[in-house]
Design a protein around this ligand. Structure first.
Ligand code: TYM
Length: 346
Protein backbone atom coordinates (compact mmCIF):
# COMPACT_ATOMS: atom_id res chain seq x y z
CA UNK A 1 0.00 0.00 0.00
CA UNK A 2 1.28 3.48 -0.85
CA UNK A 3 2.10 5.49 2.27
CA UNK A 4 1.15 9.12 1.73
CA UNK A 5 2.84 11.89 3.71
CA UNK A 6 0.33 13.51 6.07
CA UNK A 7 -1.08 16.77 4.77
CA UNK A 8 -4.07 18.70 6.14
CA UNK A 9 -6.54 20.48 3.88
CA UNK A 10 -9.71 22.37 4.76
CA UNK A 11 -11.76 25.35 3.60
CA UNK A 12 -14.58 27.76 4.41
CA UNK A 13 -16.97 29.55 2.10
CA UNK A 14 -16.74 33.34 1.85
CA UNK A 15 -20.51 33.74 1.71
CA UNK A 16 -20.89 35.81 4.86
CA UNK A 17 -19.10 36.61 8.12
CA UNK A 18 -17.77 33.50 9.87
CA UNK A 19 -19.64 32.48 13.02
CA UNK A 20 -19.15 30.56 16.24
CA UNK A 21 -20.03 27.25 14.54
CA UNK A 22 -17.24 27.71 11.99
CA UNK A 23 -14.87 28.65 14.78
CA UNK A 24 -15.62 25.85 17.24
CA UNK A 25 -16.50 23.15 14.70
CA UNK A 26 -13.46 23.63 12.48
CA UNK A 27 -11.13 26.58 13.12
CA UNK A 28 -10.03 25.51 16.60
CA UNK A 29 -8.80 22.22 15.13
CA UNK A 30 -7.21 23.96 12.14
CA UNK A 31 -5.15 26.07 14.51
CA UNK A 32 -4.08 23.07 16.59
CA UNK A 33 -3.07 21.06 13.52
CA UNK A 34 -0.58 23.70 12.48
CA UNK A 35 1.60 22.46 15.34
CA UNK A 36 1.94 18.96 13.97
CA UNK A 37 1.19 19.04 10.23
CA UNK A 38 1.77 20.74 6.94
CA UNK A 39 -1.57 22.55 6.48
CA UNK A 40 -3.32 24.03 3.45
CA UNK A 41 -6.26 26.32 4.32
CA UNK A 42 -8.44 27.65 1.56
CA UNK A 43 -11.08 30.35 1.16
CA UNK A 44 -13.37 28.41 -1.17
CA UNK A 45 -14.70 31.16 -3.42
CA UNK A 46 -15.61 28.77 -6.27
CA UNK A 47 -17.90 26.94 -3.86
CA UNK A 48 -19.50 30.25 -2.84
CA UNK A 49 -20.70 31.00 -6.39
CA UNK A 50 -22.76 27.81 -6.57
CA UNK A 51 -25.38 30.18 -5.14
CA UNK A 52 -25.49 33.68 -6.67
CA UNK A 53 -23.23 36.16 -4.87
CA UNK A 54 -23.15 39.89 -5.37
CA UNK A 55 -19.68 40.39 -6.97
CA UNK A 56 -18.60 43.35 -4.81
CA UNK A 57 -19.82 41.60 -1.68
CA UNK A 58 -17.99 38.41 -2.66
CA UNK A 59 -14.72 40.27 -3.23
CA UNK A 60 -15.08 41.83 0.24
CA UNK A 61 -16.01 38.55 1.86
CA UNK A 62 -12.91 36.80 0.48
CA UNK A 63 -10.75 39.40 2.25
CA UNK A 64 -12.88 39.31 5.40
CA UNK A 65 -12.71 35.53 5.73
CA UNK A 66 -8.95 35.64 5.14
CA UNK A 67 -8.67 38.28 7.88
CA UNK A 68 -10.72 35.99 10.15
CA UNK A 69 -8.34 33.08 9.43
CA UNK A 70 -5.38 35.23 10.46
CA UNK A 71 -7.13 36.82 13.44
CA UNK A 72 -8.12 33.38 14.80
CA UNK A 73 -4.48 32.30 14.76
CA UNK A 74 -3.63 30.73 11.40
CA UNK A 75 -0.02 31.54 10.68
CA UNK A 76 0.65 32.32 7.00
CA UNK A 77 4.32 31.45 7.42
CA UNK A 78 3.57 27.95 8.65
CA UNK A 79 0.36 27.23 6.76
CA UNK A 80 -0.65 27.89 3.17
CA UNK A 81 -3.56 30.37 3.08
CA UNK A 82 -5.11 31.28 -0.28
CA UNK A 83 -8.34 31.57 -2.24
CA UNK A 84 -9.41 28.66 -4.38
CA UNK A 85 -10.01 30.48 -7.67
CA UNK A 86 -6.34 31.52 -7.83
CA UNK A 87 -5.18 27.92 -8.21
CA UNK A 88 -6.86 26.68 -11.40
CA UNK A 89 -5.90 23.05 -10.71
CA UNK A 90 -8.89 22.84 -8.30
CA UNK A 91 -11.34 23.43 -11.15
CA UNK A 92 -9.37 21.22 -13.52
CA UNK A 93 -9.35 18.22 -11.19
CA UNK A 94 -13.01 18.85 -10.34
CA UNK A 95 -13.84 18.30 -14.03
CA UNK A 96 -12.05 14.94 -14.02
CA UNK A 97 -14.01 14.05 -10.86
CA UNK A 98 -17.28 15.11 -12.53
CA UNK A 99 -16.48 12.24 -14.86
CA UNK A 100 -15.59 9.80 -12.04
CA UNK A 101 -18.41 10.44 -9.53
CA UNK A 102 -21.80 8.86 -10.25
CA UNK A 103 -25.17 10.61 -10.43
CA UNK A 104 -26.52 8.21 -7.81
CA UNK A 105 -23.85 9.24 -5.33
CA UNK A 106 -24.61 12.93 -5.72
CA UNK A 107 -28.35 12.31 -5.62
CA UNK A 108 -27.91 11.05 -2.07
CA UNK A 109 -26.26 14.26 -0.76
CA UNK A 110 -28.50 15.68 1.95
CA UNK A 111 -26.92 19.13 1.82
CA UNK A 112 -27.89 19.54 -1.84
CA UNK A 113 -31.45 18.58 -0.97
CA UNK A 114 -31.51 21.10 1.89
CA UNK A 115 -29.95 23.91 -0.12
CA UNK A 116 -31.92 23.32 -3.31
CA UNK A 117 -35.13 22.95 -1.31
CA UNK A 118 -38.36 22.47 -3.24
CA UNK A 119 -37.08 24.35 -6.28
CA UNK A 120 -34.57 21.68 -7.34
CA UNK A 121 -35.02 22.36 -11.05
CA UNK A 122 -33.82 25.90 -10.51
CA UNK A 123 -30.67 25.06 -8.50
CA UNK A 124 -27.37 25.68 -10.31
CA UNK A 125 -25.65 22.61 -11.73
CA UNK A 126 -22.60 23.78 -9.75
CA UNK A 127 -24.53 23.24 -6.52
CA UNK A 128 -25.24 19.64 -7.58
CA UNK A 129 -21.60 18.80 -8.35
CA UNK A 130 -20.29 20.83 -5.39
CA UNK A 131 -18.99 17.72 -3.54
CA UNK A 132 -16.83 16.80 -6.56
CA UNK A 133 -15.08 20.17 -6.29
CA UNK A 134 -14.60 19.51 -2.57
CA UNK A 135 -12.92 16.19 -3.36
CA UNK A 136 -10.71 17.99 -5.89
CA UNK A 137 -9.77 20.65 -3.30
CA UNK A 138 -8.40 17.99 -0.98
CA UNK A 139 -6.95 15.57 -3.50
CA UNK A 140 -5.18 18.10 -5.70
CA UNK A 141 -2.79 18.28 -2.73
CA UNK A 142 -3.13 14.54 -1.94
CA UNK A 143 -4.56 15.77 1.38
CA UNK A 144 -4.79 13.05 4.02
CA UNK A 145 -6.56 14.77 6.95
CA UNK A 146 -9.55 17.10 6.78
CA UNK A 147 -10.68 18.93 9.94
CA UNK A 148 -14.36 19.90 9.55
CA UNK A 149 -17.64 20.16 11.44
CA UNK A 150 -20.11 17.31 11.47
CA UNK A 151 -22.18 18.68 8.59
CA UNK A 152 -19.37 17.89 6.13
CA UNK A 153 -19.18 14.19 6.99
CA UNK A 154 -21.22 12.96 4.04
CA UNK A 155 -19.25 15.10 1.58
CA UNK A 156 -16.00 13.66 2.88
CA UNK A 157 -17.27 10.12 2.53
CA UNK A 158 -17.95 11.00 -1.10
CA UNK A 159 -14.38 12.32 -1.45
CA UNK A 160 -13.11 8.94 -0.28
CA UNK A 161 -15.39 7.15 -2.76
CA UNK A 162 -14.10 9.34 -5.59
CA UNK A 163 -10.45 8.74 -4.62
CA UNK A 164 -11.10 5.01 -4.42
CA UNK A 165 -12.90 4.85 -7.77
CA UNK A 166 -10.17 6.87 -9.47
CA UNK A 167 -7.54 4.52 -8.02
CA UNK A 168 -9.52 1.48 -9.23
CA UNK A 169 -10.56 2.77 -12.66
CA UNK A 170 -7.03 3.81 -13.54
CA UNK A 171 -5.14 1.11 -11.60
CA UNK A 172 -3.37 -0.24 -14.69
CA UNK A 173 -2.32 3.19 -15.91
CA UNK A 174 -1.22 4.27 -12.41
CA UNK A 175 1.05 1.22 -12.17
CA UNK A 176 2.28 1.38 -15.77
CA UNK A 177 3.34 4.99 -15.48
CA UNK A 178 5.18 4.65 -12.19
CA UNK A 179 2.66 6.37 -9.88
CA UNK A 180 2.67 3.65 -7.22
CA UNK A 181 -0.18 1.24 -6.50
CA UNK A 182 -2.58 3.94 -5.32
CA UNK A 183 -2.67 7.42 -6.81
CA UNK A 184 -4.81 9.26 -4.27
CA UNK A 185 -4.96 8.78 -0.49
CA UNK A 186 -8.41 8.24 1.05
CA UNK A 187 -8.75 11.48 3.05
CA UNK A 188 -9.70 11.10 6.68
CA UNK A 189 -12.35 13.39 8.15
CA UNK A 190 -11.31 14.83 11.52
CA UNK A 191 -14.52 15.70 13.34
CA UNK A 192 -13.47 16.20 16.94
CA UNK A 193 -14.10 18.34 20.01
CA UNK A 194 -17.17 19.17 22.10
CA UNK A 195 -18.77 21.39 19.42
CA UNK A 196 -18.69 19.55 16.09
CA UNK A 197 -22.29 20.69 15.55
CA UNK A 198 -23.06 24.08 17.08
CA UNK A 199 -26.80 24.75 16.99
CA UNK A 200 -28.80 27.93 16.42
CA UNK A 201 -29.25 30.11 19.50
CA UNK A 202 -32.93 30.45 18.56
CA UNK A 203 -33.66 26.76 17.93
CA UNK A 204 -31.55 23.98 19.40
CA UNK A 205 -32.65 21.54 16.71
CA UNK A 206 -31.26 23.64 13.84
CA UNK A 207 -27.59 24.06 12.91
CA UNK A 208 -26.03 27.49 13.48
CA UNK A 209 -25.72 28.76 9.93
CA UNK A 210 -24.80 31.81 7.87
CA UNK A 211 -27.98 31.39 5.89
CA UNK A 212 -30.38 31.67 8.88
CA UNK A 213 -32.46 34.83 8.41
CA UNK A 214 -32.14 35.74 12.10
CA UNK A 215 -28.83 37.31 13.14
CA UNK A 216 -29.80 36.43 16.72
CA UNK A 217 -29.37 32.75 15.82
CA UNK A 218 -25.59 33.03 15.50
CA UNK A 219 -22.61 34.82 17.02
CA UNK A 220 -20.54 36.35 14.23
CA UNK A 221 -16.78 36.61 14.68
CA UNK A 222 -17.16 40.36 14.06
CA UNK A 223 -19.73 40.87 16.88
CA UNK A 224 -18.70 43.26 19.61
CA UNK A 225 -18.95 42.44 23.33
CA UNK A 226 -22.45 43.90 23.69
CA UNK A 227 -23.78 41.95 20.72
CA UNK A 228 -22.27 38.70 22.01
CA UNK A 229 -23.73 39.24 25.50
CA UNK A 230 -27.14 40.21 24.11
CA UNK A 231 -27.35 37.16 21.82
CA UNK A 232 -26.48 34.83 24.69
CA UNK A 233 -28.92 36.58 27.03
CA UNK A 234 -31.70 36.14 24.48
CA UNK A 235 -30.75 32.58 23.52
CA UNK A 236 -33.68 30.19 23.74
CA UNK A 237 -33.62 27.91 26.79
CA UNK A 238 -36.03 25.78 28.82
CA UNK A 239 -37.26 26.54 32.37
CA UNK A 240 -35.28 23.77 34.16
CA UNK A 241 -31.95 24.35 35.93
CA UNK A 242 -28.85 22.68 34.42
CA UNK A 243 -28.43 18.98 35.27
CA UNK A 244 -25.26 17.81 37.00
CA UNK A 245 -24.52 15.09 34.38
CA UNK A 246 -24.62 15.07 30.56
CA UNK A 247 -27.32 12.36 30.59
CA UNK A 248 -29.67 15.00 31.97
CA UNK A 249 -29.23 17.06 28.77
CA UNK A 250 -31.11 14.47 26.70
CA UNK A 251 -34.19 16.00 25.10
CA UNK A 252 -32.98 19.51 26.04
CA UNK A 253 -31.31 20.63 22.79
CA UNK A 254 -30.89 24.30 23.77
CA UNK A 255 -29.32 23.45 27.13
CA UNK A 256 -27.07 20.86 25.48
CA UNK A 257 -25.96 23.43 22.89
CA UNK A 258 -25.05 26.11 25.43
CA UNK A 259 -23.16 23.62 27.59
CA UNK A 260 -21.28 22.37 24.50
CA UNK A 261 -20.38 25.95 23.53
CA UNK A 262 -19.20 26.66 27.08
CA UNK A 263 -17.03 23.52 27.06
CA UNK A 264 -15.53 24.27 23.65
CA UNK A 265 -14.77 27.90 24.48
CA UNK A 266 -13.26 26.93 27.81
CA UNK A 267 -11.21 24.08 26.35
CA UNK A 268 -12.94 21.54 28.57
CA UNK A 269 -15.71 18.92 28.38
CA UNK A 270 -19.49 19.13 28.93
CA UNK A 271 -19.07 16.86 31.98
CA UNK A 272 -16.63 19.29 33.56
CA UNK A 273 -18.94 22.24 32.79
CA UNK A 274 -21.86 20.47 34.47
CA UNK A 275 -19.74 19.61 37.47
CA UNK A 276 -19.23 23.35 37.99
CA UNK A 277 -22.65 24.61 36.90
CA UNK A 278 -25.06 21.69 37.60
CA UNK A 279 -28.12 23.00 39.42
CA UNK A 280 -27.63 26.55 38.13
CA UNK A 281 -30.48 28.47 36.51
CA UNK A 282 -29.89 29.90 33.04
CA UNK A 283 -30.10 33.35 34.60
CA UNK A 284 -26.77 32.53 36.29
CA UNK A 285 -25.23 30.33 33.58
CA UNK A 286 -25.79 32.73 30.69
CA UNK A 287 -23.73 35.62 32.14
CA UNK A 288 -20.86 33.18 32.84
CA UNK A 289 -21.08 31.94 29.25
CA UNK A 290 -21.24 35.50 27.90
CA UNK A 291 -18.16 36.45 29.88
CA UNK A 292 -16.22 33.47 28.53
CA UNK A 293 -17.41 34.12 24.95
CA UNK A 294 -16.45 37.79 25.09
CA UNK A 295 -13.02 36.93 26.52
CA UNK A 296 -12.37 34.41 23.74
CA UNK A 297 -13.98 36.18 20.78
CA UNK A 298 -13.54 39.92 21.23
CA UNK A 299 -9.74 39.82 20.58
CA UNK A 300 -10.51 38.08 17.27
CA UNK A 301 -12.94 40.82 16.21
CA UNK A 302 -10.42 43.50 17.19
CA UNK A 303 -7.65 41.84 15.20
CA UNK A 304 -9.96 41.46 12.19
CA UNK A 305 -10.71 45.18 12.28
CA UNK A 306 -7.00 45.93 12.41
CA UNK A 307 -6.22 43.61 9.48
CA UNK A 308 -9.08 44.92 7.34
CA UNK A 309 -7.84 48.47 7.81
CA UNK A 310 -4.73 47.45 5.86
CA UNK A 311 -6.01 45.19 3.04
CA UNK A 312 -2.58 45.20 1.37
CA UNK A 313 -1.43 42.70 3.98
CA UNK A 314 -4.37 40.33 3.45
CA UNK A 315 -3.88 40.47 -0.33
CA UNK A 316 -0.17 39.72 0.05
CA UNK A 317 -0.97 36.67 2.22
CA UNK A 318 -3.37 35.37 -0.44
CA UNK A 319 -0.91 35.94 -3.30
CA UNK A 320 1.92 34.20 -1.47
CA UNK A 321 -0.37 31.33 -0.43
CA UNK A 322 -1.62 30.83 -4.00
CA UNK A 323 1.92 30.56 -5.28
CA UNK A 324 2.86 27.96 -2.67
CA UNK A 325 -0.39 26.04 -3.24
CA UNK A 326 0.21 25.98 -7.01
CA UNK A 327 3.69 24.60 -6.47
CA UNK A 328 2.10 21.50 -4.85
CA UNK A 329 -0.99 21.23 -7.03
CA UNK A 330 0.58 21.68 -10.49
CA UNK A 331 2.77 18.55 -10.51
CA UNK A 332 -0.06 16.44 -9.03
CA UNK A 333 -2.44 17.67 -11.74
CA UNK A 334 0.20 16.91 -14.39
CA UNK A 335 0.39 13.35 -13.04
CA UNK A 336 -3.42 13.09 -13.11
CA UNK A 337 -3.34 13.99 -16.81
CA UNK A 338 -0.65 11.40 -17.38
CA UNK A 339 -2.70 8.73 -15.61
CA UNK A 340 -5.94 9.59 -17.44
CA UNK A 341 -4.15 9.80 -20.80
CA UNK A 342 -4.71 13.51 -21.36
CA UNK A 343 -1.00 14.35 -21.47
CA UNK A 344 1.58 11.90 -22.67
CA UNK A 345 5.11 12.59 -23.77
CA UNK A 346 5.51 11.30 -27.39
P1 TYM B 1 -18.73 25.97 5.42
O1 TYM B 1 -18.16 27.19 4.81
O2 TYM B 1 -20.21 25.80 5.45
O3 TYM B 1 -18.21 25.81 6.90
C1 TYM B 1 -16.84 25.90 7.23
C2 TYM B 1 -16.52 24.90 8.34
O4 TYM B 1 -17.30 25.19 9.50
C3 TYM B 1 -18.01 24.02 9.91
N1 TYM B 1 -19.33 24.42 10.42
C4 TYM B 1 -19.80 24.06 11.61
N2 TYM B 1 -19.27 23.30 12.59
C5 TYM B 1 -20.00 23.14 13.72
N3 TYM B 1 -21.23 23.69 13.89
C6 TYM B 1 -21.80 24.46 12.94
N4 TYM B 1 -23.00 25.01 13.12
C7 TYM B 1 -21.07 24.68 11.73
N5 TYM B 1 -21.33 25.37 10.59
C8 TYM B 1 -20.25 25.20 9.80
C9 TYM B 1 -18.15 23.19 8.64
O5 TYM B 1 -18.35 21.83 8.95
C10 TYM B 1 -16.83 23.46 7.95
O6 TYM B 1 -15.82 22.62 8.46
N6 TYM B 1 -18.12 22.56 1.85
C11 TYM B 1 -17.44 23.21 2.94
C12 TYM B 1 -16.18 23.98 2.53
C13 TYM B 1 -15.19 23.17 1.75
C14 TYM B 1 -14.31 22.18 2.28
C15 TYM B 1 -13.57 21.72 1.16
C16 TYM B 1 -14.10 21.69 3.56
C17 TYM B 1 -14.97 23.26 0.43
N7 TYM B 1 -13.99 22.38 0.04
C18 TYM B 1 -12.61 20.73 1.31
C19 TYM B 1 -13.12 20.67 3.70
C20 TYM B 1 -12.38 20.21 2.57
C21 TYM B 1 -18.41 24.23 3.54
O7 TYM B 1 -19.33 24.67 2.91
O8 TYM B 1 -18.06 24.68 4.76
Amino acid sequence: MTKFPERVFSGMQPTDTLHLGNYLGAMVNWIAMQETHECVYCVVDLHAITVFQDPDQLANNIREVTAAYLACGLDPKRSIIFNQSQVHEHAELAWVFNCVARMGWLNRMTQFKEKAGKDRENASTGLFVYPNLMAADILVYKGTHVPVGEDQKQHLELSRDIAQKFNNDFAASIAAHGHGDQFFPLPEPMITGPATRVMSLRDGTKKMSKSDASEMSRIALTDDSDQIAQKIRKAKTDPEPLPSETKGLEGRPEAENLVGIFAALGGTTPDAVLKDHGGAQFSAFKPALAELAVARLSPIAAEMRRLLAEPGHVDAVLADGAERARAIAAPIMRDVKDVVGLLRAG
